[in-house]
Design a protein around this ligand. Structure first.
Ligand SMILES: Nc1ncnc2c1ncn2[C@@H]1O[C@H](COP(=O)(O)OP(=O)(O)OP(=O)(O)O)[C@@H](O)[C@H]1O
Ligand SMILES: [Mg+2]
Length: 380
């Protein structure tokens, strides 16, 4: 994978193979990174994956300073093309289509937040987790809910500790009010929540900030978020403005229980994640549930795809497909049969009306269709 290592990184000494981080050769902690690499770029890509800002990467006489390694990770860990992005996601068992990989690639390249909408269980939250894990970034998650406020999302003062500090100061005879005020409104007494933490520098590069299920918050919070996402800064009256030196990678998700305001959408790139088609759903199943017998996987996917065409109160997402595969595998099924389907409908459908409708013969008819489709495919 070409991770786009820029030549301008001035690592002295082209002979980077084998690349080594020499334990004990530097006065700061060094992680060993050993291996034979074809070229400088490949070696650096490997170093970037393992090293963090406290590390020193050395090759022969070449060495790098601590900060530079942090910069290196920052620069190199971003995929250099849409194909690299697809490969990065696939490496973490996320099966994306090209349009999703493109918008993700652009979001990273342009430093713009990515707003993902889609039905429940189609892999919106998973994207942020996969990105953080495969780019070696910290994942900071802000789970939205009605009534979410700045104290829970950004910061609050630790009043108990502040009170204690004031009492202790009084007891020790300290009378300088201004100094006391300055002391208790310092970072030491600040409880940092997700949004503030996401603005701080982190080892390995800016974190991935997941603002999950934004549609659950109210509009006042959305308006506040608008400010944070525009400037990547937060103002704390007692402390001043805190600005991210490098903006975090921001992923926002929504299940579209309400429309998100245009002003916020305008700050983001947008992508609608649909239910996967049969080929992609089968690939997801292979990646995420490799224990499921092949024939069973194919039948599960065909059944679920067909089920989504029914008039249901809540259609099954990919999460339900995976759960169903796990359940049927536990039951030692190797293919779908009417009994298994009927007994496990509660894994796929979560509303009694939907289940009752399926049990009234619809599930059986779908199963017949699926079996016929499989027979046809095997003769083709
Ligand atoms: N394209 C995909 N590749 C691999 N796994 C996927 C994919 N899409 C969904 N999944 C899996 O489906 C499950 C549900 O995904 P996730 O929780 O991200 O859905 P969601 O869209 O955030 O759902 P909700 O709206 O309910 O929060 C996870 O286990 C995830 O790994
Ligand atoms: Mg989710």
């Amino acid at each position: 994978m070409n991770l786009g290592i820029p030549r301008r990184i001035p690592i002295p000494g082209e002979a980077f193979a084998p690349l080594r981080a020499l334990r004990g050769a530097a006065p700061w902690p060094v992680k060993p990174v050993r291996g034979l690499f074809q070229n400088l770029a490949e070696g650096l890509a490997a170093a970037a994956r393992f090293a963090s800002p406290g590390d020193c990467v050395k090759s022969g006489r070449a060495g790098r300073s601590r900060a530079a390694i942090g910069d290196l990770i920052d620069v190199t860990a971003i995929p250099a093309s849409i194909d690299d992005m697809l490969a990065l996601l696939a490496g973490a068992d996320y099966v994306a289509d090209r349009s999703l990989a493109t918008v993700l690639f652009l979001s990273l390249k342009m430093g713009r937040p990515l707003f993902l909408e889609g039905e429940a269980g189609v892999g919106k939250t998973e994207i942020a987790k996969v990105l953080a894990a495969s780019l070696g970034r910290e994942l900071i998650r802000l789970q939205c809910y009605e009534g979410l406020d700045i104290a829970s999302a950004v910061y609050e003062w630790n009043y108990a500790s502040q009170m204690m500090a004031i009492r202790l100061a009084e007891a020790s005879g300290q009378t300088d009010r201004e100094r006391l005020e300055h002391d208790v409104f310092s970072e030491r007494y600040l409880v940092k929540r997700a949004l503030l933490r996401a603005l701080e520098p982190a080892p390995g590069g800016p974190p991935v900030l997941l603002i999950d299920e934004l549609d659950r918050t109210d509009e006042a919070f959305e308006a506040f978020l608008l400010e944070v996402l525009s400037d990547f800064q937060v103002t704390i009256p007692e402390l001043g403005t805190i600005r991210a030196a490098s903006p975090p990678i921001v992923i926002l998700t929504s299940n579209r229980t309400r429309e998100i305001h245009d002003a916020l959408k305008r700050r983001c790139l947008y992508h609608w994640i649909d239910y996967p088609d049969a080929t992609r759903e089968l690939a997801i199943l292979r990646a995420k549930a490799p224990r499921t017998p092949q024939r069973l996987s194919a039948e599960i996917v065909a059944f679920v795809q067909r089920l989504r065409k029914e008039d249901l109160f809540k259609q099954p997402g990919v999460a339900e497909t995976l759960d169903w595969a796990a359940a049927l595998t536990e039951l030692d099924a190797v293919a779908l049969d009417p009994e298994h389907v009927s007994d496990t409908l509660g894994v796929l459908l979560k509303y009694q009306d939907d289940i009752a409708r399926m049990q009234s013969g619809v599930a059986h008819a779908i199963l017949e269709d699926v079996k016929a489709q499989m027979r046809l495919a095997s003769h083709a």
